[in-house]
Design a protein around this ligand. Structure first.
Ligand code: IFM
Length: 440
């Protein structure tokens, strides 16, 4: 079955990855260490002690992987470049071999007619900058803008878009408040400063790149979800509103309205960031696109933080509710509440337990997940939301952060012992779906 809806011929159908999750070659060709190298090598931080040292070995298998990408028929590929591969200590001097790798990646994509969508920061801060205070230190803002300039100058001639940050909520909250992602800190005050510094770094980088690559679409990617009250009572509704503030409005309001939400500032109290007017102006720098990563909704119960959502369509291997309606709801709400640039669904996908059977992996749940979410996106488009592309997460099974290699999100199965790649049924389904769109 194919999702209904009409998508224009130039709609971007892609898949996504990120550098640390797929590249491997952690110590090669002058790459410096990042906070995820340090974190994953710290005992107890990642499931089974897995690290991204080898990952999918994509660094050495570039051509083979891009052939596979081309075989899927995608016209777009979203990937990130590793800051510590390009600037091993976070600042100049640049590492020519690091830039050469991405140069080859872009040439190889262009040769295959696939549009490159580049992300500057998918969580791999150079360790040297972390040692100097990381995102908690204001100097990192300028270092990021300098890095953005280096990338724009060298790679900006072949990319369709550049995204500054992937999921700043994850960096601030999971990395600096909950401590479950690198750099593993647990300080709410610091997390709030970090979120503000990240947004300023985003604005400064956009400003710097705009002058250098006026043709390239510039934007940011946020992980967003509706926060639905578990019950129809005042307490659940109030908690859900706050959760929405922390996840959605804390990022959307400064980016598109020029202010932080008052209720969240009050909630943070003295832990809130110290914000100046000119900083809000910087954060509000106009954007060409907003990327949205959607996986599930939040289900909010005032007293029980572990309240389980109904899950009428099931749960993924991450324990996340399959809830495609949430994507439609979210998109309609954002279009209603904000004056938005064009949108991309920059990530959407699901981890399920996959079993390799000879040369196949049957993953009907993933097929159904993709189909339902594409239909949910289509429903929002039909109601007028301007969505220009969809990227399935992920192209390959890869290093799923604190879950290591235990959770598989790929359309392509990776045997991590042999590095063999095998198309799952979902990859074939996506290929056929894209082909059916082209032949309409
Ligand atoms: O694997 C991650 C990705 O790096 C960022 N967004 C969510 C994905 C699944 O957890």
């Amino acid at each position: 079955m194919m999702p209904s809806g009409y998508f224009p011929k130039d709609f971007q159908w892609g898949v996504a990855t990120s550098a640390y999750q797929v590249e491997g070659a952690a110590h090669e060709d002058g790459r410096g260490p990042s906070i995820w190298d340090t974190f994953s090598h710290t005992p107890g931080k990642v499931a089974e002690g897995h690290t991204g040292d080898v990952a999918c070995d994509h660094y050495h298998r570039l051509e083979e992987d891009l052939d596979l990408l081309a075989a899927l028929g995608v016209n777009a590929y979203r990937f990130s470049v590793a800051w510590p591969r390009i600037l091993p200590s976070g600042r100049s001097p640049t590492n020519p071999k690091g830039l050469d790798f991405y140069d080859r990646l872009l040439d190889a994509l262009c040769a295959r007619g696939i549009q490159p969508h580049l992300t500057l920061y998918h969580w791999d801060l150079p360790q040297r900058l972390q040692d100097e205070g990381g995102w908690g230190h204001r100097d990192t803002i300028q270092h990021f803008a300098d890095y953005a300039e280096v990338v724009a100058r060298r790679l900006g001639d072949r990319v369709a878009s550049i995204c500054t940050l992937n999921e700043p909520w994850v960096v601030a909250t999971l990395g600096h408040e909950k401590g479950i992602f690198a750099p593993g800190l647990t300080d709410r005050w610091l997390a709030a400063q970090v979120s503000h510094h990240l947004l300023m770094a985003h604005g400064l980088a956009v400003k710097a790149m705009r002058a250098l690559v006026p043709r390239v679409q510039l934007g940011i990617v946020l992980n967003l979800a509706p926060s639905d009250p578990a019950r129809e009572n005042a307490a659940d509704r109030a908690k859900a509103h706050l959760e929405d503030g922390l996840l959605v409005r804390w990022y959307m309001d400064p980016l598109f309205r020029g202010r932080y939400p008052q209720d969240v500032l009050e909630h943070l109290g003295t832990d809130g960031p110290d914000v100046k007017l000119e900083e809000l102006t910087l954060i509000r720098e106009p954007l060409d696109f907003l990327g949205i990563n959607y996986y599930t909704r939040n289900f909010i119960h005032a007293e029980d933080p572990n309240a389980k959502a109904p899950g009428k369509m099931g749960f993924t291997d991450m324990g996340w509710e399959v809830y495609p309606q949430g994507l439609t709801d979210l998109l309609l709400r954002l279009a209603r509440d904000y004056s938005l640039p064009p949108l991309y669904i920059t990530e959407n996908g699901a981890a399920f337990v996959d079993r390799l059977e000879g040369d196949t992996v049957h993953d009907p749940e993933r097929v159904s997940y993709l189909e339902q979410h594409i239909a949910a996106m289509s429903a929002a488009r039909d109601q007028g939301v301007d969505i220009r592309g969809y990227f399935a997460w992920s192209f390959l099974d890869n290093f799923e952060w604190a879950s290591g290699y235990q959770k598989r999100f790929g359309l392509v199965y990776v045997d991590f012992d042999t590095q063999r790649r095998v198309l799952k049924d979902s990859a074939r389904w996506y290929r056929d779906f894209i082909a059916s769109q082209r032949s309409r």
